[in-house]
Write a protein that binds this ligand. Structure first.
Ligand code: NAD
Ligand code: TYD
Length: 355
């Protein structure tokens, strides 16, 4: 069986990836996660009995720890999800984004390079460093612009996207300079189970269920290209197994929606699920609030490359994915209580109270 080191495997996308691949028994997984406010041990609780899932509570900036993990477990691949990921938090406090997304990615890469240099030639060829990134590095599209391709210019606008762009550049440079076999994937907005409820979709679902206001930034007409998380997980695996080293693959749902459309869809599904709710119509909770500074207007991804070269296509439509997601948030009350900790309440106060 192969061994993978996964960073950030207790976060939203990382835990979906780890769960899927432990279910399929694709590889032994060494899961390195700092358990920041967004990381949640509850996302992987069921895997603690699994001898082929080893959780290590630690920071990618800790080079000694990373070195020890690499030499002890001898991975065939490192799949790097760990990051600070919330644009609004990056506006209020950018430093953590620099520390993890730039310095942390560098430390990890450099330790991986040392490890990789000492591998036998056969293993050196097949080893992969897969960096998980975002479409936000490409900046913002105008209404008539074509979707982002792998050749689009990097024009990040938030400290989050700028830090991810820097990470991407470092990863690329380790391929061109040292020959480290890297892969980069840039994906559009994800949604699905286990997403921390500071991001648009889970925040709106939970607020609507609680009869709280649904805070839509600005005019609500910013566009995102939504992809169900398991479709992203499947794309990552395809690129890991079949992608060309040194290349980038864009991944997106071809599902452009304005924020207000997304929130209205959530409200309509909740109206149908809870016809007797006193919050019905849930859309009456929608409230337009002060816009995010530097708010990117539109993201859209052209996924032609991964579709044509690797045969990927999403399995879920927005409708089926949203229904699954909403049902998951309704059914998983224990998980929701555990994430609505003091840290979560503090964030809601900081971001929304004075808006
Ligand atoms: P998340 O915030 O839910 O999870 C991030 C995880 O990384 C958490 O478990 C956290 O504890 C861990 N982490 C943070 N700093 C760390 C450090 N210094 N050392 C070790 N672990 C650390 O994020 P997510 O939404 O799952 O995103 C995962 C990756 O996918 C990120 O790199 C993100 O940029 C990228 N991405 C996300 C989306 C999206 O819509 N969520 C879209 C495209 C790309
Ligand atoms: P978010 O989930 O933070 O993802 P990103 O900024 O990385 O795309 O936000 C998605 C969109 O929803 C973005 O245009 C900002 C908007 N938004 C709101 O209108 N209200 C909110 O409370 C949040 C969190 C986001």
């Amino acid at each position: 069986m192969k061994t993978w080191v996964v960073t950030g495997g207790a976060g939203f996308i990382g835990s979906n990836f780890v769960q899927r691949h432990r279910m399929l028994k694709s590889a032994r997984i060494i899961n390195l996660d700092k358990l920041s406010y967004a990381g949640n041990i509850g996302n992987i609780n069921n895997l603690f009995e699994d001898p082929d899932h080893i959780f290590i509570h630690g920071d990618i900036n800790d080079r000694i720890l990373v070195h020890d993990i690499l030499t002890k477990y001898h991975p065939d691949a490192v799949i790097h999800f760990a990051a600070e990921t919330h644009v609004d938090r990056s506006i209020i406090g950018p430093e953590a984004f620099i520390t993890t997304n730039i310095a942390g990615t560098f430390s990890l890469l450099d330790e991986v390079r040392n490890y990789w240099n000492n591998l036998d030639p056969g293993l050196k060829d097949t080893f992969r460093f897969h960096h998980i990134s975002t479409d936000e590095v490409y900046g913002s599209l105008g209404p008539d612009d074509a979707p982002f391709t792998e050749f689009s210019r990097y024009e990040p606008n938030s400290p989050y996207s700028a830090s991810k762009a820097s990470g991407d550049h470092l990863v690329r440079s380790y391929f061109t300079t040292y020959g480290l076999p890297v892969l980069i994937t840039n994906c559009s907005n994800n949604y699905g189970p286990f997403q921390f409820p500071e991001k648009l979709i889970p925040l709106m679902i939970l607020n609507a269920l609680d009869g709280k206001v649904l805070p839509v930034y600005g005019d609500g007409k910013n566009i995102r290209d939504w992809l169900y998380v398991m479709d992203h997980v499947n794309a990552i695996y395809l690129v890991l197994e079949q992608g060309n080293v040194g290349e980038t693959y864009n991944i997106g749902g071809s599902c452009q929606k304005t924020n207000i459309e997304v929130v209205q869809t959530i409200c309509e599904i909740l109206d149908q699920l809870f016809p007797n709710s006193h919050n019905k119509p849930h859309a009456s909770l929608i409230t337009f609030v002060k816009d995010r500074p530097g708010h990117d207007r539109r993201y859209a991804i052209d996924s032609s490359k991964i579709k044509h070269k690797l045969g990927w296509k999403p399995a879920e439509t927005f409708e089926t994915g949203m229904e699954k997601t909403i049902l998951w948030y309704i059914e998983n009350t224990k998980w929701i209580q555990s994430v609505k900790s003091g840290a979560y309440r503090d964030w809601i106060d900081i971001n929304y109270e004075k808006r």
